[in-house]
Design a protein around this ligand. Structure first.
Ligand code: AMP
Length: 287
């Protein structure tokens, strides 16, 4: 049997990536970048499509970053499907995939601590200690290697997007951060690499998370913020397979909780839910 050879260039070493990017730069080509942890779905591919449309060269990374996992089992069980991922990215026109081993990214432990103000004290930051510090460690390393003009991040991870925008400003990275909308399954569940880990019965019940958020937007004119927060938690928790870890309505730039619909011109509702053993997040815009 003839093995299918990939057109996309797959590199494991940062030096090779940096050299290739320098070549592209000399040719005056713009570089777009899509960082991922693999186990790709339509959400990731939507980022790649946008990246490919906007830039001469589209670079992706596939790296399950150990420093952003606060739960050892989550890291161990995180799906790894490299061959299928490479084929998917290639079919979207991705030019280069950087897929390093852990030692390549962390030849020695990364001791850097990122000061993120309140951004990592709330919601995911409060429930996953060290998570955003790990995200900053890996994203700054990846930015330093790839040095893209534009980098694409999903609004599915709304808090992560806020953190990345913040560090880009803090460190003056000459990189434009491009937010991309949440892609959902036909039944409304936000796509996630972790969805494939859900037991069938839990997968069947999980869309209650998004249907609750959609309904919450409709209820906005009838309930105050506090009542609506309660309503969302009760709705999700009424299902025997789901347990809300938090739901909050926050300012879309500070991520601070609000208690009044007039508190800000941008309000997002963010939720984290335990669906059996799997933790899912989602969010919805109210204003
Ligand atoms: P991950 O592989 O989970 O680290 O995600 C890589 C990138 O894909 C991040 O910027 C995510 O926000 C984005 N992403 C993940 N799921 C979705 C989705 N359902 N819709 C849009 N973007 C997504």
């Amino acid at each position: 049997m003839k093995l299918k050879t990939l057109k996309v260039i797959v590199l494991k070493h940062k030096k090779e990536v940096a050299e290739l990017i320098t070549d592209y730069r000399k040719q005056g080509k713009s570089i777009g970048f899509v960082p991922t942890m693999g186990a790709l779905h339509e959400g990731h591919l939507s980022l790649m499509r946008k990246c490919k449309r906007d830039n001469a060269i589209a670079v992706a990374s596939i790296f399950v970053n150990p420093t952003q996992f606060n739960d050892k089992n989550d890291l161990k069980n995180y799906p790894r499907t490299f061959d299928a991922d490479a084929a998917k990215f290639e079919s979207e026109g991705c030019d280069v995939i950087f897929a390093p081993e852990v030692d390549e990214m962390y030849p020695e432990p990364d001791s850097r601590v990122f000061e993120l103000g309140m951004l990592d004290k709330v919601m995911e930051g409060a429930h996953r200690p060290g998570h955003f510090n790990g995200v900053c460690q890996v994203v700054t390393k990846l930015f330093d290697i790839v040095m893209p003009d534009k980098a694409y991040f999903g609004e599915k991870d709304f808090q992560q997007l806020a953190v990345i925008k913040y560090i880009v400003k803090q460190f003056n990275y000459p990189i434009q951060i491009i937010p991309c909308p949440i892609i959902r399954e036909p039944d409304g569940l936000a796509m996630s690499s972790r969805n494939m880990l859900l037991e069938p019965v839990i997968r069947k019940n999980a869309p209650l998370i998004s249907t609750t958020l959609f309904k919450a937007v409709e209820l906005k004119n009838n309930l105050d913020v506090k009542e609506l927060k309660k309503w969302v938690i009760n709705s999700v928790d009424s299902n025997e397979y789901l347990k809300t870890e938090y739901f909050d309505i926050v300012d879309d730039s500070t991520l601070l909780s609000v208690d009044n619909w007039n508190s800000s011109s941008g309000l997002i509702g963010c939720i984290a839910v335990k669906a059996g053993a799997i933790r899912l997040i989602d969010n919805i815009r109210f204003i």
